[in-house]
Design a protein around this ligand. Sequence first.
Ligand SMILES: Cc1ncc(COP(=O)(O)O)c(C=O)c1O
Length: 280
Amino acid sequence: MSDRGGVVWIDGRLVDEASATVPYDDHGITVGDGAFETIKLVDGTPFALRRHLARLARSLDALRLPPPQPDDLAKAIDAVSSAHDGDGFLRVTVTGGRGPLGSPRGDVSPRLIVAVRPGQLMDEPTDVEVVPWTRNERGALAGVKSTSYAENVVALAFARERGATEALLGNNAGNLCEGTGSNVFVVIDDELSTPPLSSGCLAGVNRELLMEVLGDVVERDVPMTDLERATELFLTSTAREVQPVRAINGTPLAECPGPHTVRARAAWLGAFGPGTPLDP
Ligand SMILES: Cc1ncc(COP(=O)(O)O)c(C=O)c1O
């Protein structure tokens, strides 16, 4: 048994992870037809669960996959999180279920899988690398947390080969979009901004929470060419919360963590840190 919490919910029941298998023709495997969520567990309780489930519903809607029954989803999440009393990350996946070995769907019977992965927050200052590939902000999967994440896998590998821990992606219009698993906030001319959802970025739960608590983040298109004028940059995600960035493509930013980043982290901790409500 690995250190993944030991149990997995699959096909309507809780099983030992060694028995949690999917058939060779699950459409999630054959063509990446599915959606997922990664949800932080705080002492075994999911953080911001309602927002994550709302986004899962939006992703499934965009994929035209039927959502799981709310009661089934709640039961699965409760069963897996209760079996894991520490911190970690809950992974909720819904695939298209068994289907033809190609793009057409058969009679769709979605498969729900809930598992836990251990892990620590990554909030130490880090480096990012701009990758040569773009997000298609007009694609069918723009802003969808789909299981078709191989583009992210390639981009992240590219960044890691260059000593960074996250990739920065622009979109087809030449504007900043997001990281492979994070949203991006940037300070230019003392203005804190983040790309709008129309850039093709995922509607990050942490992006949304931070914007609500700060109240003064400007949502605007940031041309990739303006990144050289950035004085601060930070990433948000479930696994990072607010992570300061030290350098882009090996070139150090003027400040890390700069005043806007420090203020964002403090606001985050004040609103969502220890002792605050778990489903803001
Ligand atoms: C592509 C992408 N963008 C942004 C995020 C950040 O979203 P959240 O804050 O909901 O974790 C993620 C999460 O993993 C992601 O996969």
